[in-house]
Write a protein that binds this ligand. Structure first.
Ligand SMILES: Nc1ncnc2c1ncn2[C@@H]1O[C@H](COP(=O)(O)OP(=O)(O)OP(=O)(O)O)[C@@H](O)[C@H]1O
Ligand SMILES: [Mg+2]
Length: 264
């Protein structure tokens, strides 16, 4: 693995019955990059994220993260190594507030251990305070102050996506996989989301890999852009190269999906 790479996916496959949803897929993500992943519906993008982030076990192939073989490690172990993902459909605790949702992100709190909570109540209290402080910083960073005590279930689709991004900020993330973070998000909020991602990348050194259908958003945010088709990588290049590439255009048109052309 080269110094500049944070992730190396090598010939990873996932079969569902007879269907190869991901098919000998290989790709590399550069440390510090915001890499885009696009591809027609059903081309295996989410399944690939599930394989990398430990939400599914691969049929074969390997995944190396920061020089460590993490193939098929469960997501909670990857989480503590700094490999995080968000979901295509936001996963929030709808009966908890925004602040409480952020405070729920696992981070080895002593309070979770009943014995420690009983014998060292002060330690637990201090950790709670620190956690709250961190959550409030995240809320501030994402411009969600006015919603901090709102139940997460009452947030709009876009605000839920911001909260998902916020959850990745409660730990020391190194690589964050974003699955359609912009889907269902209005233009103004999409701008906020984009700004938050760019700031996290520049100021906190996060590497991002984002699946997105909105080619304008991808063009603004990502370099390089990886195009998936039928479970593997069809093309990689800058967003301009992607838009012009005949094989890419064919792969979208071939499935009656004209979105990439329409957005040019
Ligand atoms: N749990 C599953 N069981 C069976 N088939 C699945 C499962 N998950 C995904 N698939 C199939 O695998 C293929 C790839 O799906 P995937 O969700 O990875 O595509 P995608 O590129 O993320 O699509 P979209 O852009 O619509 O989100 C599809 O044919 C899908 O129906
Ligand atoms: Mg998907």
């Amino acid at each position: 693995m080269r110094e500049t790479e944070i992730l190396h996916v090598d010939k990873v496959s996932k079969y569902f019955g007879g269907l190869a949803a991901v098919n000998k897929c290989s790709l590399k993500i550069k440390k510090g990059s915001i890499t885009g992943i696009i591809g027609p519906n059903g081309s295996g993008k989410t399944t690939l994220f599930n394989l990398i982030a430990g939400n599914l076990k691969s049929s074969n192939g390997s995944v190396i993260f920061n020089n460590e073989n993490i193939t098929n490690l469960p997501s909670y172990q990857l989480f503590s190594k700094g490999l995080l993902r968000t979901f295509q459909i936001a996963h929030e605790f709808s009966n908890l507030t925004v602040l409480e949702n952020l405070m729920m992100v696992p981070n080895d709190q002593s309070g979770e251990n009943l014995i420690t909570a009983l014998i060292k109540p002060k330690l637990v209290e201090r950790e709670e305070e620190e956690l709250k402080k961190k959550a409030l910083e995240v809320i501030d960073f994402l411009n969600l102050k006015h919603l901090s005590n709102e139940l997460a279930g009452n947030l709009s689709g876009g605000q839920k996506k911001l909260l998902e991004l916020g959850r990745t900020m409660m730990v020391d993330a190194k690589l964050v996989l974003l699955d359609e973070v912009g889907a269902g998000v209005n233009r103004t909020l999409l701008k906020d989301l984009g700004t938050a991602i760019l700031r996290l990348n520049k100021e906190k050194g996060y590497t991002f890999c984002m699946i997105e259908h909105d080619i304008d958003f991808i063009s603004r945010m990502c370099d390089p852009v990886i195009v998936m088709s039928e479970g593997s990588v069809l093309f990689e290049g800058t967003s301009d190269e992607v838009k012009k590439n005949e094989r890419v255009i064919d792969s979208y048109l071939g499935r009656g999906n004209k979105r990439i052309k329409d957005n040019q």
